[in-house]
Design a protein around this ligand. Sequence first.
Ligand SMILES: *Cc1c(COP(=O)(O)O)cnc(C)c1O
Length: 467
Amino acid sequence: MKSIFEYDNAQTENYIRPLTVQKYSLKKELQRENLDLPDVSEYNVVRHYTKLSKTAFGVDDGFYPLGSCTMKYNPKLNEEVASFKGFVKIHPLQGKDTLGGCVKVCKMLADSLQEITGMDACTLQPAAGAHGEFTGLLLIKKYHESRGDFGRKKIIVPDSAHGTNPASAAMAGFDVVEVKSNSEKGVDVDELKKIVGDDTAALMLTNPTTLGLFEKNIVEIADIIHKAGGLLYYDGANLNAVMGIARPKDMGFDVVHFNLHKTFSTPHGGGGPGSGPVCCTKELKEFLPYPVVNDGFKMPQNSVGKVTAFYGNFSVMVKALCYILTLGGKGLKEASTCAVLNANYLKSRLQKVYDTDSDRYCMHEFVLSLQKLKDETGVSAIDVAKSLIDYGIHPPTMYFPLIVHEALMFEPTESATKEMLDETADVMLRLYQEAKTDPDKLHSAPHCAVISRPDEVKAAKDCKLRY
Ligand SMILES: *Cc1c(COP(=O)(O)O)cnc(C)c1O
């Protein structure tokens, strides 16, 4: 693909007009040596951006079964409502008494999130899931310290956890202790009993786990942690299996964060904007970040402080509330039921040839292990994932969770139709056959994409966004 700079024909024509505004002298250190804008016509600019948009893949382009990430359909009504003038043209420094409608949105959203989780209080400030985890862990830290309990330095995290869990715990100043999974891929309770003690601050858990399995022993686990004086943190980034069906508070959790940009349909990818509200029990309410907009701008007594500028990503909150109100309580439950049904349907079609990590019914997502296929044919999980691109399907999550070898994790969400699921299953079964007959085709996939296989580590760590 030719870049816009290669269309620059400045030698023959000038499209960028000469400066007509008055010159203003800036300090030397603020001045650029030169500004390399391509000098091209308007239609070349339009074509450049149109071409770029076509090389990207989003939820509006096709099936996007990215496990753990909940890439569900983003209803356009949400966008329309979020673009209302009264929502777009506000300023965080304008008088509180002129913000009534927006404060009401925050309050309605917080109330809904509390109802969904069974919790007693909520902050809408955190700007991402990991940011919510960090905030929730600060509440836990302050809770223990407020009781004069300074020895609780350890956060227990299962080996199946999302990578942000141990990272957030370390950021919040805790030591991370890993607890192994049992043969059913849940927390190994005997192992947990050995680890837990009076230095335990909390256990962080995702339920259903990142393997899409409901933690059957959750009540016993909660009991073990609470008896030891610790708290239970629920990673609710992905609530897509339990909305309206099971509440984290009833399972024994004390704190939970959400990803509005997953379960509650607001768009994500490319780094934001996100929103990771945190709900907690009444025992932790006094530690919430200030001010609590959804509670009359209150300053909690023993607040952990502020975790973001102003009040959080408001437009994301509007979209999430719009989604919640459009579906209603019954609709949210139906969305969860449907997400679970879709995952089980796809799983049942794929497990005819692929190995799954468990024979149990899954929740909203499931994991395949391609280790056997790799041993037999040399075709790996990444080869199959990359091949899906040629069929217009976004690859599932790869190589996560770490406890499954050659993992591919699918999460169809409630937005997938039966046709989409069947199409995907047909392609996956076909790739399985091709792995046996023509493995090289899969090794070199994708064949239709602009970029085939970038060095992903280098792309993430040494990202060059300029020409
Ligand atoms: C996505 C996700 C997170 C992190 O959310 P971010 O908004 O990316 O910070 C944490 N836990 C789980 C289980 C997730 O799926």
